[in-house]
Design a protein around this ligand. Structure first.
Ligand code: ACG
Length: 480
């Protein structure tokens, strides 16, 4: 399991209210005790943007997070606890304040080749692939391709010198001690057709780029971990992921949440068959990066319309599936937050260590809007309290941690009896059946074996196993 960490909101180590590396280092035990095996660090490079995805210097740490020494200490502390750390690298674009871009605007070589300047008025008609937004931004009278908006003009990878430069960026962060990367926007490296003047993904060119970059990293550090962000349907995710080794399973995240939020067992079966079981049938050569939410999405409890039992059911389903799970910080507290493309800060709120919102380490870079003080969300309010969301969440994490064999299972069959969904797994422990009750009423498990509860309640009543609504259990059929 990997913990997706947004440094700014996590833990403040120097008292300025902004989360930083020193603060996060103090919380490494917390992360390790959750059962994590690694950390995905959202971008930490120098950037004027709160999200860090528009970079002004790929070789420098944003000083609000600390310096290279703090980073090395953080990495040392993580490695001591057997936590791997991967860095989120947004290589597709820069900030308009990056000196490369400023030099490009001045016409300086090679920088003017590193961005795509408008070559024909016709190109202005191009629209973004998925939402029809315009993709050209005007800087001092010059139009530049900027898929994600004016705050992040795209780099133009037609230029070989840029490839060389990016390799240097990769070499640098590996030399500092990162174990690998989460490559942002992996399908966007070449996504504008100069021939046609329209937005069009050039997947084979993107893949060639990533092959070269990952080989470069593996030559330096053979065990390098990569996970690619290709937010698309399974066919496209497949195309990219074998290069990286791990691919985020976006279709699963979306379908699982929809099925569980609507308490629809049939949809859940369909989602699992389409997004997981098929995965194994087609013998994919990469591991599924499973998750429910990330920083670009509405938080789990909010996507379950505030229903925490449903959220825990979704988490249990996720953590009992094969694949490498990624968990977004704050989900363990049941934090809320709705993603909005134009105001996407709600799901990035400070992690609440204290119930009143104050205390050592508490971050305050932005006001708490959705997760209010005295709302019962904090660690202080929930830690050690039996039945709290946090403790129930931790139990499910613990189950996953104690059953690492689940990561490498295959799904043999998925079926349902009314609201009860059953998944047959095969793995190093032999065969197992997972039971998930998606309904509110009790469900009887049709078994003479000994299922074990993972989340919720399971009782034997008059010789038959009966599971409460929204509960999950597992039954291991054969011994090791
Ligand atoms: C990454 C980061 C994100 C970051 C950027 C830019 C990229 O995680 O935080 O933004 O550095 C697209 C891109 C992703 C991008 C998201 C935000 N994420 O592909 O790389 O936008 C469709 C499209 C996807 C699209 C998605 C969401 O296909 O390409 O993601 O919508 O908008 C089905 C379909 C699937 C479809 C979904 C959803 O699953 O199969 O194709 O996806 O439904 O409809 C950050 C900030 C931004 C800032 C930027 C510079 O957050 O505010 O502007 O940096």
């Amino acid at each position: 399991m990997f913990y997706e960490l947004y440094l700014r909101s996590f833990c403040d180590g120097n008292g300025d209210g902004i989360g930083d590396l020193k603060g996060a280092e103090k919380k490494l035990d917390y992360i390790a005790e959750l059962g994590m095996e690694g950390i995905w660090l959202l971008p930490i490079m120098q950037s004027p943007a709160y999200h860090g995805y528009s970079v002004t210097d790929f070789f420098a740490i944003n000083p609000i997070y600390g310096d290279l020494k703090d980073l090395r200490n953080f990495l040392y502390g993580a490695h001591k606890r057997d936590l791997k750390v991967i860095l989120d690298l947004p290589l597709n674009h820069t900030s308009p304040s990056h000196e490369w871009f400023l030099k490009a605007l001045d016409g300086e070589k090679p920088y003017c080749d590193w961005y795509l300047f408008l070559q024909s008025e016709e190109w202005l008609k191009a629209r973004r692939h998925w939402d029809n937004q315009q993709v050209w931004s005007n800087y001092s009278g010059r139009w530049v391709y900027a898929l994600f908006g004016p705050g992040s003009p795209d780099l133009n990878f037609e230029s070989p010198s840029l490839w060389q430069q990016i390799k240097e960026v990769l070499t640098f962060w590996l030399s500092v001690g990162f174990d690998g990367f989460r490559f942002d926007a992996a399908k966007h490296i070449f996504d504008f057709s100069i021939e046609k003047g329209i937005c069009e993904y050039q997947h084979s060119r993107n893949i060639a780029f990533w092959k070269e970059m990952t080989s470069h990293c593996r030559a330096i550090s053979p065990d390098c971990l990569f996970v690619s962000e290709v937010w698309d349907d399974a066919r496209i995710v497949d195309m990219y992921s074998s290069i990286f080794g791990i691919g985020f399973n976006f279709p699963l995240a979306e379908d699982l949440k929809l099925a569980i939020a609507s308490r629809n067992a049939e949809s859940l079966v369909k989602a699992l068959k389409t997004d997981m079981q098929r995965f194994f049938r087609s013998k994919r050569s990469y591991e599924s990066g499973t998750f429910l939410t990330n920083h670009d999405m509405t938080r789990l409890v909010s996507s379950m319309n505030g229903d925490r039992d449903l959220a825990l059911l979704a988490l249990t389903v996720l953590l009992t599936l094969p694949g490498l799970p990624f968990l977004y910080y704050g989900e363990e507290l049941g934090m809320e937050g709705v993603y909005d493309e134009y105001f996407n800060e709600e799901q990035l709120e400070p992690f609440l260590w204290y119930e009143n919102g104050y205390g050592p380490g508490q971050t305050e870079w932005k006001a708490l809007g959705k997760n209010r003080p005295h709302g019962g969300v904090s660690i202080q309010a929930q830690s050690g309290i039996a039945g709290s969301y946090f403790e129930r969440f931790k139990n499910i994490l613990r189950f996953r941690r104690d059953n690492p064999w689940l990561r490498f299972t295959t799904i043999k069959s998925i079926s349902r009896k009314k609201d009860l969904v059953m998944i047959n797994l095969h793995g190093s422990k032999g065969n197992a059946i997972l039971y998930h009750n998606t309904g509110n009423s009790r469900a009887t498990l049709d078994t003479t074996g000994t299922p074990v509860v993972i989340n919720g309640r399971l009782e034997k009543q008059r010789g038959r196993w009966s599971m409460a609504g929204l509960s999950s259990a597992i039954e291991v059929l054969d011994g090791e």
